[in-house]
Write a protein that binds this ligand. Structure first.
Ligand code: NAP
Length: 283
């Protein structure tokens, strides 16, 4: 049976490397990205690595609930099972923006997309011999709180606060997801990839944010996309990784996440909010 991997955010940075490494392991790749051109660039690069690569690209803006649901439907129609779902796409937003769904863009892009996509692809993960789900969070969640009012209003908007909050949402979702998936064939993992030199901050609309980020990336990064991707691939593919189901990994090692992230009531509150906002119901 083919091994199939769905990955978001593979047109750049860490995800680009993850796609190449998963392809090297022989996985069929179903990649979701927002740019046709970047999808083509990725395809050409993968073909250069291995002319026999099995690759399909799906265009979607992951900050749109409608787009996430539509792309999941297309992927579901193209596979009979999914071995690994790598929720990796993420971004930072200089200015407050509301999506078409009325959600603050960072929360929509970085959290709701994981929530909706994972829910929509779950049956195919259950159909795999052993399903794996990766949720890429960030160490920045350690400083974050959860202010539900800010999910839909401009209240105290700040680029890094919004980013850290969305990454705390990834961790909260991850722990609740592990409980939800208990007694299934699916394992899930939460990842902080390290401080990785990628263009994530360079995509900010603000000149100031771009400059600060590039200085930070130049002096503070502690790992490369290639090295970081190896940790993803280990968790997504290796048999023994299953023993670490439900843990938070920081740069490849199990670590404790923030005290707040273990708050079960908060996890449930976020889950309920996400279900309501996204119009999905986990049975
Ligand atoms: N780099 C770090 O130090 C670091 C640290 C902690 C956590 N992380 C997390 O690691 C993950 C990967 O980040 P990275 O550093 O590799 O950044 P990156 O190079 O900017 O990659 C982000 C990927 O997500 C895609 N993406 C973002 N918003 C999207 C949307 N609305 N629809 C579709 N695709 C979208 C981007 O597409 P485009 O190519 O079209 O932009 C890109 O492929 C993110 O979740 C990030 O929060 C990174």
């Amino acid at each position: 049976m083919d091994k199939i991997c769905v990955i978001t955010g593979a047109t750049s940075g860490i995800g680009w490397e993850v796609a190449h490494q998963m392809a090297k392991k022989g996985y069929v790749l179903k990649v979701i990205g927002r740019s046709e051109q970047k999808g083509e660039d990725l395809k050409q690069s993968l073909l250069k690595q291995d002319a026999a690569v099995d690759f399909e690209y799906f265009v979607a803006d992951l900050s749109s609930i409608k787009d996430v649901k539509a792309v999941a439907e297309k992927i579901n129609a193209s596979v009979d099972h999914i071995d690994a779902l790598i929720n990796n796409a993420g971004g930072v937003f200089s200015d407050f923006e509301l999506t078409e769904d009325g959600v603050e863009k960072t929360m929509a892009n970085n959290h709701l997309s994981y929530f909706v996509l994972t829910h929509a692809l779950l049956n195919k993960l259950k159909a795999a011999e052993e399903g794996r789900i990766l949720l890429v969070a960030s160490r920045s969640h350690l400083r974050a709180g959860m202010d539900f009012e800010s999910f839909t209003t401009k209240k105290n908007y700040n680029i890094m606060r919004a980013y850290a909050q969305s990454k705390l949402a990834n961790v909260l979702f991850g722990y609740q997801l592990t409980r939800y998936l208990a007694d299934t064939n699916i394992s899930s993992f939460i990842i902080h990839p390290g401080v990785v030199k990628t263009p994530i901050g360079a995509k900010s609309k603000s000149w100031l944010h771009r400059t600060v980020w590039s200085l930070f990336a130049r002096f503070m990064y502690n790992t490369t996309p290639e090295a970081s991707a190896k940790n993803y691939v280990y968790l997504a593919t290796e048999k023994e990784a299953k023993a670490h189901n439900g843990f938070y990994f920081s740069a490849g090692l199990i670590e404790k996440s923030s005290a707040l992230s273990y708050d079960q009531k908060l996890q449930e509150k976020l889950w309920d909010w996400s279900e309501l906002k996204a119009g999905v119901k986990w049975e």
